[in-house]
Design a protein around this ligand. Structure first.
Ligand code: CIZ
Ligand code: SF4
Length: 321
């Protein structure tokens, strides 16, 4: 027999109450990426993109950080906050794009282009960051590459779509790694054209991890943080969203008078959906799922991340200081 509705909602309530109690007892904060389940975003202390969440992780006074996102994001938080414990509710939440480059392959590519500046998207493992010159996110990739003098060769790792977007926007020659995000790659121009035909007044906002043919159709290209700001500020009432479907939760919550449509109903990242309320509770209960980065790797990986966060460090590095 099906459980009555009241029982279901009160058990959900119990999980949320238990999480709130455990958070206090453990002096923990919960960080959730914009692509996670809506109920996870709702109980989080902070929601945002990988960069914003890592900065929160570094600035919080909490002892424990429960990171609801994918592995490279929790690793970045651990690299920036070595004295805190970073826990993942489900350690299987990897990022297929981050796995598309291995240290051996990158070492070979660097040997082929010894004079290239290696610009690495944060969607990469700590070991890859440790071999890189500077990191970037989808929010700051253009700014980072603008800092690099025109006569310097650039190797962009691992996202070919973000790299291509940067190259064409800045009119720069960039050597691209052949990685991609399967979730964004699944979005096709035909789907976007069909949804545009259904909603002719809607603006189309696309993530730079999309294929170039999809970006060609966009009114704006932005990271998730950029999309949230763009849709909040715009006078338009309808938007077609070209990114992972989890972002719709926050878009709808922040903009109750506006309508949002997904560019593709299958732009779903299964890894981002592995964190659930029950798993958050268990990991706070048991202090399980800790993400650790070996100190020698963390020390090397911190440098390109810090150069991304502080442009004066990047400029000094580029001058060979
Ligand atoms: O940087 C991030 O968190 C990702 C993966 C996407 C975005 O645009 O926020
Ligand atoms: Fe990786 Fe794409 Fe999922 Fe982001 S949405 S975690 S880039 S697979």
């Amino acid at each position: 027999m099906e459980a009555p509705q009241e029982t279901k909602s009160s058990s959900a309530m119990m999980v949320e109450d238990r999480i709130a109690r455990l958070k206090q007892e453990r002096n923990a904060v919960i960080l959730a990426h914009n692509y996670t389940h809506g109920d996870v975003q709702d109980i989080a202390d902070f929601t945002g993109d990988s960069l914003g969440l890592s900065q929160k992780a570094a600035s919080t006074n909490a002892d424990i950080i429960v990171f609801c996102g994918v592995h490279f994001m929790a690793e970045t938080a651990a690299i920036l906050s070595p004295q805190k414990r970073v826990l993942m509710p489900d350690g299987n939440a990897g990022c297929p794009m981050a796995n598309m480059v291995t240290p051996r392959e990158l070492a070979e590519m660097k040997a082929e282009h010894p004079d290239a500046i290696v610009v690495t998207y944060v969607n990469s493992s700590a070991a890859i960051k440790a071999m890189s010159d500077v990191c970037c996110t989808s929010a700051n990739a253009l700014d980072i590459v603008r800092c690099i003098p025109e006569d310097r060769k650039i190797l962009f790792v691992p996202d070919r779509n973000l790299g291509h977007y940067v190259a064409r926007t800045l009119n720069r020659d960039i050597i691209l790694w052949n990685g991609f995000c399967p979730t964004h790659e699944r979005m096709l121009p035909e789907q976007v054209l069909a949804i545009k035909a259904e909603h002719p007044d809607a603006l189309f906002v696309a993530h730079p991890e999309c294929r170039p043919q999809v970006l060609d159709l966009a009114d704006a290209v932005a990271s998730t943080t950029g999309m949230l700001a763009y849709c909040a500020k715009s006078d338009a009432r309808e938007f077609i969203i070209g990114t992972e479907l989890g972002l719709l939760h926050r878009l709808k919550k922040d903009n109750p008078g506006k309508s949002f449509y997904l560019a593709s109903p299958i732009a779903d990242c299964p890894n981002m959906k592995l964190a659930t309320l029950a798993k958050i509770r268990w990991c706070l209960e048991d202090l399980s799922g800790e993400v650790r980065v070996a100190e020698d790797i963390a020390k090397q990986a911190r440098k390109p991340i810090e150069r991304m966060l502080d442009v004066t460090l990047l400029e000094a590095f580029l001058k060979g200081e």
